[in-house]
Ligand binder design. Structure first.
Ligand SMILES: C=C(O[C@H]1C=CC=C(C(=O)O)[C@@H]1O)C(=O)O
Length: 488
């Protein structure tokens, strides 16, 4: 198939020149001559014409394999990926360390070719962890407790730059021609899904929203009121100081929904949030739009944040300003927020040469809610791994509790659903020491005929169960509305 996109023709030319020349021979020689089979994968990065990674994923269509999406529009950064070449899976208390060890080993087996001198021209491992150390529930079966995939192709868009990386497994004794054709076929496929000139656009029926706040399910409501009352009793009895309780909202689906339509709605409505999708094998998709960064890494620099304490948005500028003022002066919310910062400091400071943050919180405004927010910058000590940092940070008291060890066992006792990957670290990491993880809140697990949405809030001594119920309803709105938009 010949490309109708002349710029992609240049991409293919460039690919042919690089991969059919020395590099491919060299890689195959290395693979077959190395007795320890040092290299098992061959990977190639190339700059391609600017493309929308979400449109490419949508064009890639439904498929039974791995699919991944990540975008923060306000950072002009997006990743789309599909196909699984290799996957590492871990479970138990050591899952973060094991993921780090296995990830390093996997990356060391990749022979990477590129004429680009750019930190994003690299193989990426995409995935995350479950909230608890073990993830054995039926609902979340595909996800495991720690899972990172080396995708067959990944598109990374950073501002105007779009980089495509294709990776293939190279069995020992591989034939150069077969391998070359395999790469070229994938490149042809990418050409077709990135070429907007060839897209067939489905008519979308006009949309009328029927979603406001979820109606009251009296059983869920009574459970919630009882759980929050039990939590405040435990706090008064000095068992812990804060706990985050969440609830699940199940929605049955009459018609199927499109993951990419959900994402398109989320990224447009919440440009300051991270919209994400992870589907391990096409059976179910974990999708969300979270405002909360757990950590981003660039060499030894780490950015994290405290995000806790919430209030709704005003309908007018004045009402919004009043609500913001109320939140900034609410002792209950300031306490809830302070626990998060204290924990980040306790867990990260001793691993860092630099640790800094503003003295008092500011505000992060989303279209449905505003939060108390404190950005934190740290420079981790030499030798501290990124996954070690994640394991220290997760779960922050914005989704777990304070003190962590005292509060955590009560989460499963007081909640009535399986958290799975809700409120857990989800993200990406590359071979150049870069990566970013979010806290997977404002999210849902989508299966063929049902969706489960999750929302929670921090409970402190003076929390009011009714107000916390209302707050969870506010937090369900983005995903519920996105679902309405995505019905086919
Ligand atoms: C646990 C959630 O939100 C956390 C993040 C920001 C503000 C929060 C709060 O004000 O309670 C929560 O700690 C959720 O949205 O499911």
């Amino acid at each position: 198939m010949d490309s109708k996109n002349p710029v992609f023709d240049e991409v293919k030319e460039c690919f042919k020149q690089q991969i059919s020349g020395l590099a491919l021979n060299e890689a195959i020689d290395l693979i077959s001559s190395s007795p320890e089979k040092e290299y098992e994968y061959l990977s190639f990065s190339i700059r391609i014409p600017s493309t929308d990674p979400l449109a490419a994923l949508e064009q890639n269509g439904y498929n039974e394999g791995f699919q991944y999406y990540w975008e923060k529009p306000s950072d002009e950064f997006a990743i789309a990926a599909a196909g699984s070449i290799a996957r590492i899976q871990t479970t138990g208390q050591e899952r973060f360390r094991q993921s780090s060890d296995q990830g390093k080993e996997l990356l060391s087996k990749v022979y990477h070719i590129s004429n680009l001198n750019h930190h994003l021209a690299s193989v990426h491992l995409l995935g995350g962890f479950s909230f608890f150390d073990h993830n054995i529930g039926k609902v979340w079966r595909d996800f495991g407790a720690g899972s990172f995939t080396l995708p067959e192709w990944v598109l990374v868009k950073n501002g105007k730059l779009t980089i495509l990386t294709i990776t293939k497994k190279i069995p020992a004794g591989s034939q150069k021609d077969v391998l070359y054709d395999d790469f070229l076929n994938t490149l042809e496929h990418l050409d077709s899904i990135c070429d907007a000139g060839s897209y067939k656009v489905e008519e979308k029926q006009s949309y009328r929203s029927s979603v406001r706040t979820p109606g009251i399910d009296s059983e869920a409501y009574n459970h919630w009121i009882n759980s929050v009352e039990s939590a405040t009793d435990l706090i008064k009895a000095k068992k812990f100081k804060k706990i985050v309780l969440a609830r699940e909202l199940k929605v049955e689906l009459q018609t199927s929904v499109s993951d990419t339509r959900i994402l398109n709605y989320l990224r447009n409505q919440y440009p300051d949030c991270y919209s994400f999708l992870i589907s391990q094998d096409g059976e179910s998709s974990f999708i969300g739009s979270t405002p909360e960064r757990l950590a981003s890494f660039r060499e030894r620099e780490v950015l994290t944040e405290g995000l806790a304490g919430s209030i709704s948005r005003g309908k007018t500028a004045s009402e919004d300003a009043v609500l913001e003022y109320e939140l900034l002066h609410s002792q209950k919310d300031l306490n809830e927020h302070a626990f998060v910062l204290d924990a980040i400091e306790e867990n990260l400071q001793r691993f860092s040469d630099v640790f800094e943050h503003p003295v008092s919180p500011g505000i992060k405004k989303l279209s449905n809610v505003q939060h108390l927010y404190t950005p934190v910058h740290a420079k981790i000590k030499k030798g501290v791994s990124r996954t070690e940092v994640l394991s220290k940070l997760h779960p922050t008291p914005a989704v777990g509790g304070y003190p962590r060890e005292a509060a955590m066992p009560y989460i499963s006792k007081l909640e009535h659903f399986d958290r799975g990957w809700y409120a857990a670290p989800v993200g990406w990491i590359n071979a150049h020491g870069e990566g970013e993880f979010v806290v997977a809140i404002r999210s849902g697990l989508i299966k063929t005929n049902e969706v489960r949405f999750f929302a929670g809030c921090g409970i402190v001594e003076d929390s009011n169960p009714q107000k916390e119920w209302d707050e969870t309803n506010l937090k369900f709105i983005p995903m519920l509305t996105a679902l309405e938009h995505a019905r086919k």
